[in-house]
Design a protein around this ligand. Structure first.
Ligand code: BGP
Length: 458
């Protein structure tokens, strides 16, 4: 595929709604949010019914690709693996709509909505989930593979497992290092199993993985800091990208983990399978870098993830005996305390290209803001500035020879933000949640269209 893809990215749970329609079965997120009385995605922005309008607006906004995920709970009804034809029919409509607007679909097979019937059997802590996942992925390939040519196995396994099993702020809400390692391992194994199945099916397309990319920076270049940086690279990036792209779990990561975890689930035949079935391309979701220094606080908790305060520069991750995150005072931060650091995207792409030499797509980049969805035309100049700097970073890396093939803004329209609900808005198009979910383009929508027109698709 020669053309540069300019698109928008979403995830099924965050936009579809229709949670009880079309024979969809409950997901881990339905259960977790309902049980905890938190704002949920039951309706979200009702993309399930309004996908045609959303895709048309993407087309009219100059975009030529749509990255979306398929909801496993819509496709596979039960533990036996029965296929739900209504779910298949929905995604057929969605994919055909994309194609009718000449929008290239890029499909994520798993963007965090796990059928609850699998979560009830320990979800990603259970090896059987790898088989269930591969069966589900094969159904997707068989039913949609004639029209979908770009697939990714997982969205952000690192963010999903760290949040769900280490920090405990996503379902299933555990705080356990052993579980984090087990779930991470099974997701990477399932990814390799699925790459294998895709190749065996001889489909005409490419398959990759999407990673929450946090390029690591050190406070200085002392040996201590460099060692801590290596730990941080393993923690944030290598255990996904090295495994997916090179088929290797970093040896020093295994060494470190073997001091505190049982690694007996890692079977020699799995490792061989991972080695043989690496991805065709890498998807990078970039929001910010991480700056770190050596671990020195004496903090005894295994991991501290301070996200409590919304005060700028206050959230911080500390991993006992590994590293401590530093939030530079002179940096700029979003309203949600994410550092704004476009250079990290430029340098991150260069590092990634140099190390893995695989095609790269920027599968997510964007800024969450407080906005009033009732306004006629939101003047989101902060988003325009953010996107301008990040798109330039991508194009600079591309001009310097990195094989970058696409950029997807998160998100083409406002949608549900995990646990933040609808308050945190990322869209180029506003959704008026108080007024029938009306769609209204923000200034950034037209701005993105002009950028696409002026930069072209080559
Ligand atoms: C990524 C996820 C997306 C999306 C985005 C914004 O990690 O892949 O699903 O949610 O982050 O994050 P948030 O909504 O938490 O601000």
């Amino acid at each position: 595929m020669k053309e540069f893809l300019w698109g928008g990215a979403t995830a099924s749970y965050q936009c579809e709604g229709g949670f009880q329609e079309g024979n969809r079965v409950p997901s881990n997120w339905d259960r977790y949010l309902h049980e905890n009385g938190l704002e949920n995605g039951d309706v979200a922005c009702d993309h399930y019914h309004r996908y045609e309008e959303d895709i048309r607006m993407m087309k009219e906004g100059g975009q030529n690709s749509y990255r979306f995920s398929i909801a496993w709970p819509r496709i596979i009804s039960n533990r036996k693996g029965d296929v739900n034809e209504e779910g298949v029919a929905f995604y057929n409509r969605l994919i055909d709509t994309c194609l009718s607007y000449e929008i290239v679909p890029m499909v994520t097979i798993f963007h965090w909505d796990l059928p609850q019937y699998l979560e009830d059997e320990s979800g990603w802590l259970n090896r059987k989930t790898c088989e269930a996942y591969t069966h589900y992925a094969k159904v997707c390939f068989e039913r949609f593979g004639d029209r979908v040519k770009l697939w990714t196995t997982f969205n952000e396994p690192r963010y999903y497992t760290f949040s769900g099993y280490l920090i405990g702020n996503y379902p299933p809400g555990h705080q356990n290092l052993q579980e984090t390692v087990t779930a991470s391992y099974y997701m990477m194994l399932a990814s390799a199993m699925t790459v294998k199945a895709y190749r065996e099916g001889s489909y005409d397309g490419k398959i990759g993985i999407v990673h929450s990319f946090s390029p690591v920076y050190g406070v200085d270049m002392t040996v201590k800091t460099q060692i801590a940086m290596r730990y941080a690279e393993n923690f944030y990036n290598n255990w996904i990208l090295d495994v997916a792209a090179m088929g290797q779990i970093p040896g020093d990561l295994l060494d470190k983990l073997s001091d505190c975890c049982d690694l007996s689930m890692m079977l020699p035949e799995d490792l061989e399978l991972m080695q043989r079935h690496t991805v065709d391309f890498i998807g990078l979701n970039y929001y910010a870098r991480v700056m770190i220094k050596p671990y020195e606080t004496g903090e005894t908790t295994l991991i501290v993830n301070n996200k409590g305060s919304k005060e700028k520069g206050t959230s911080q991750t500390i991993v006992k005996d590994w590293f401590e995150q530093v939030r530079p005072k002179e940096s700029r931060y979003t309203e949600w305390d994410t550092e704004i650091f476009p250079r990290g995207l430029y340098e991150g792409i260069r590092r990634c290209w140099k190390k893995y030499h695989l095609p790269i797509y920027i599968t997510e980049n964007g800024i969450g803001l407080y906005e009033d969805g009732a306004e006629e035309k939101i003047d989101d100049r902060e988003r325009i500035e953010f996107m301008n700097q990040h798109i330039n970073a991508v194009l600079n890396a591309k001009e310097e020879g990195c094989d970058v093939r696409g950029f997807y803004v998160w998100s083409p329209f406002d949608l549900y933000s995990w646990k933040n609900g609808t308050e945190k808005r990322y869209g180029l198009v506003a959704v008026d949640y108080e007024n029938g979910l009306a769609r209204k383009p923000k200034k950034s929508y037209e701005w993105y269209k002009e950028v696409i027109e002026s930069k072209g698709n080559s």
